[in-house]
Design a protein around this ligand. Structure first.
Ligand code: 5AD
Ligand code: SF4
Length: 478
C-alpha cells in the first residue's frame, strides 16, 4: 500500500509494466531485505505480479551488497546466471541491478555487462516504475542518486517471505560514520531518520496482522534522531510528552509502551553512541528484548583508531560494563569482528582475542578484512596482511567464539524462559522452534503443545544446548 502525499498524486495513465511478472533476489544485510519489501510494495502498486521463480519472470531484479569483495563476486555470478537465462528464454526478460553495487558499478554494468537493462540505487526505488517503462522501450536506464531525505515512510512494505510472526521495520537510512574500511556511507548515503508517526503506523498494521516481534533496523540506531520540522505533534498518536526532538531511547519507550505484547528488537548499536537511556529503556520495558548487537570490530585501540571507529578498547569495555550493570549478566551481547585489517600486528590480533575472552559474546559475525575501493582505508593504508594470515586469525577467533557461545548457552540450562514460537523446527515437524529474549533459537517437542501456534509466547525450560541452539521442554505450570 502506498499512501500518496497530495503533491505526489499523479494523473492515472496506462502503465506499460502493469500485469508483468517480477522476481527479486536479495543478497546482503537485513536492510537490503527490508528494502526488497519496499520494492515489492512499489511494484505491486503498479499492477505488477510477484512470482516465486526467476524463470517465470519478465523482470528479474538482483538487490546487491558491496560490503565485502565476496558479496560482489556472488552478485556477479548471479548476474551471469540470469544473463544465460535471458539468452535462452524466448519471451521477454529484463534484468535490473538494485542496491549497493548499483552506485559503485553503474557504468561497468551498463557498458561492459550490456545485458543489464536497468541500474537503480537504494534511494531511487520510487523511480523504478518510470525507469522500467523506459527500459521496456529499449533504453538503458540508471538512477543511483542518493538522497538526504528519502526514508520511504509513505510506503507500507510487503512482507513476501515471512513466518508471520517477526518482521523488520527500517527506522533510518544511510550512515554518517565513515569507518575507514566501510563502503556503506558511499553506497547508502547520508544518515536520515524516519518519522515516529510512520514507524508507529507500521507497528500497528503489523500487530493487527498477527506479528509479535519487530526488529528496528538502522546502520547505527543510536544516532536515530527525529525532529518535528512541521510541528505536527498531534499526528504522533497523542504521545503526551513528545518533544520536538525524539532520540532513539524515546522512540524505544514509545513503541514498547504502546505495544506491550510485541517483542521489540533493534540493530545495530554503535559502541560510541549507545546511551544509558537506551539501556534503561530496555530495563524498564520487559518487552524490549534482552539482546544488544554491539560490533567491536577489533580489541586493539590502535587498530580501532585506524578504523576510525570513534572509541578505544577501554571505552568499549565501559559500555559492556554499563550493560552488565544495568541489565545484568543474562543480557545477550553479540558482535561483528574483523581480522587482518591494514597493518594488524600479532599483538593487535591478540588484543582482539583478549577482548573476546573478557566480554564472552553470545554470538558473533566474523570476517576477514576486504579492501573496498574509495574508502579511507584503501586510500591511506596498505592491505598488507596476507590472505593466509587473515584466514588463520579468522579461524582462531571462530573457534574461540564457538567455545564462548557454548559456555554462555550452558548458563541458560534449567532456566525457564519466554519463547515466541516461530514455526516448525527445521529438523522435524514434531518440534517447535522459537526465540528467547536473547535472540537464541530454542527447539522443543510439540507433544502436549500441539494446540499452540506460531505467534504464541510460552514458558520453556532449557534442558540442553549446542553452541548454536538451545533445547527445551514446555512448562505447563511454573
Ligand atoms: N571488510 C570486511 N568486513 C567488513 N565489514 C564492513 N566492511 C567490511 C570490509 N571492508 C563488516 C563489519 C560490519 C559488518 C556489517 O560487516 O564488521 O560491522
Ligand atoms: Fe559502515 Fe561504520 Fe556505518 Fe557500520 S557504522 S555502516 S561499519 S560506516
Amino acid at each position: 500500500m502506498i499512501i500518496p502525499k497530495p503533491s505526489k498524486i499523479q494523473e492515472s495513465k496506462e502503465k506499460l509494466i502493469q500485469g508483468q511478472n517480477f522476481y527479486i533476489e536479495t543478497l546482503g544485510c537485513q536492510m537490503n531485505f527490508s528494502d526488497t519489501e519496499i520494492i515489492h510494495a512499489l511494484l505491486k502498486e503498479e499492477g505488477m505480479i510477484p512470482v516465486k521463480k526467476a524463470e517465470q519472470a519478465e523482470w528479474i531484479f538482483l538487490n546487491t551488497c558491496s560490503i565485502r569483495d565476496k558479496a560482489e563476486q556472488t552478485a556477479r555470478n548471479k548476474i551471469l546466471n540470469y544473463q544465460t537465462l535471458k539468452r535462452r528464454k524466448k519471451s521477454k526478460l529484463s534484468i535490473g541491478v538494485l542496491g549497493c553495487m548499483a552506485e559503485r558499478l553503474k557504468k561497468q554494468f551498463l557498458e561492459e555487462e550490456k545485458i543489464i537493462d536497468l541500474v537503480v540505487g537504494p534511494d531511487a526505488y520510487k523511480s523504478l516504475p518510470e525507469l522500467m517503462e523506459r527500459a521496456d522501450q529499449g533504453n538503458k536506464v540508471v538512477n543511483t542518486l542518493l538522497s538526504r531525505e528519502e526514508t520511504y515512510d509513505d510506503i507500507l512494505p510487503i512482507r513476501y517471505q515471512t513466518n508471520g510472526v517477526s518482521a523488520f521495520i527500517s527506522i533510518m537510512r544511510g550512515c554518517d560514520n565513515m569507518c575507514s574500511f566501510c563502503v556503506v556511507p558511499f553506497t547508502r548515503g547520508r544518515e536520515r531518520s524516519r518519522s515516529p508517526y510512520s514507524i508507529l503506523r507500521e507497528m500497528s498494521i503489523l500487530y493487527e496482522e498477527g506479528y509479535r516481534e519487530v526488529t528496528l533496523l538502522g546502520q547505527n540506531v543510536d544516532s536515530y534522531l527525529w525532529s518535528d520540522k512541521e510541528n505536527n505533534k498531534s499526528r504522533v498518536l497523542n504521545y503526551t510528552d513528545l518533544q520536538d526532538r525524539i532520540p532513539f531511547a524515546q522512540l524505544l519507550n514509545m513503541i514498547a509502551q504502546k505495544y506491550p505484547s510485541m517483542r521489540i528488537r533493534f540493530s545495530t548499536s554503535h559502541p560510541k553512541d549507545i546511551t544509558q537511556d537506551v539501556l534503561y529503556a530496555m530495563k524498564y520495558n520487559p518487552n524490549i528484548a534482552r539482546h544488544i548487537h554491539l560490533p567491536v570490530q577489533s580489541g586493539s585501540t590502535t587498530v580501532l583508531s585506524r578504523m576510525k571507529r570513534g572509541y578505544t578498547r577501554e571505552e568499549y569495555l565501559d559500555k559492556i560494563y554499563d550493560i552488565r550493570k544495568i541489565l545484568g549478566d543474562s543480557c545477550a551481547i553479540s558482535s561483528d569482528i574483523m581480522t587482518g585489517f591494514c597493518g594488524e600486528t600479532q599483538k593487535e590480533h591478540q588484543d582482539t582475542i583478549d577482548i573476546m575472552k573478557e566480554v564472552k559474546y553470545d554470538h558473533a559475525y566474523m570476517f576477514t578484512y576486504s579492501e573496498r575501493p574509495g574508502t579511507l582505508a584503501q586510500r591511506k593504508y596498505k592491505d598488507d596482511i596476507t590472505q593466509e594470515i587473515k584466514k588463520q586469525r579468522l579461524q582462531e577467533i571462530i573457534q574461540l567464539q564457538q567455545e564462548h557461545a557454548k559456555e554462555r548457552n550452558l548458563l541458560e540450562r534449567n532456566t525457564i524462559q519466554n519463547i515466541l514460537i516461530e514455526g516448525d523446527s527445521k529438523r522435524s515437524a514434531q518440534e517447535w522452534q522459537g526465540r528467547n529474549t536473547g535472540n537464541k533459537m530454542v527447539v522443543f517437542p510439540k507433544d502436549k503443545t500441539h494446540k499452540l501456534k506460531p505467534g504464541d509466547i510460552i514458558k520453556v525450560r532449557i534442558t540442553d544446548c549446542t553452541s548454536a541452539t538451545l533445547k527445551g521442554e514446555w512448562v505447563e505450570k511454573e
